[in-house]
Design a protein. Structure first.
Length: 73
């Protein structure tokens, strides 16, 4: 259901980040910290997304594949 919403929203705005399954609080915080740190450093949204996923993995959480980036079609 969530992926359907992400796809629908992505038709109207350039990027949507959603989760393909439930993610723990600590993993989501790691993702957000990495994502926004990269954005704040002037990186692209795609780079920031990958950076956030890598931050989750490096912190030892198994949910590094849970965030999903959808781009406007």
């Amino acid at each position: 259901m969530a992926w359907m919403l992400q796809s629908a929203i992505a038709q109207h705005i350039p990027y949507v980040i959603g989760m393909n399954e439930e993610i723990g609080d600590k993993a989501s915080i790691e993702f957000a910290v990495g994502f926004y740190a990269a954005l704040g450093a002037g990186e692209s949204i795609e780079f920031a997304y990958e950076f956030g996923c890598n931050a989750v993995e490096l912190a030892g959480f198994p949910e590094h594949l849970t965030p999903v980036l959808k781009k406007k079609q």
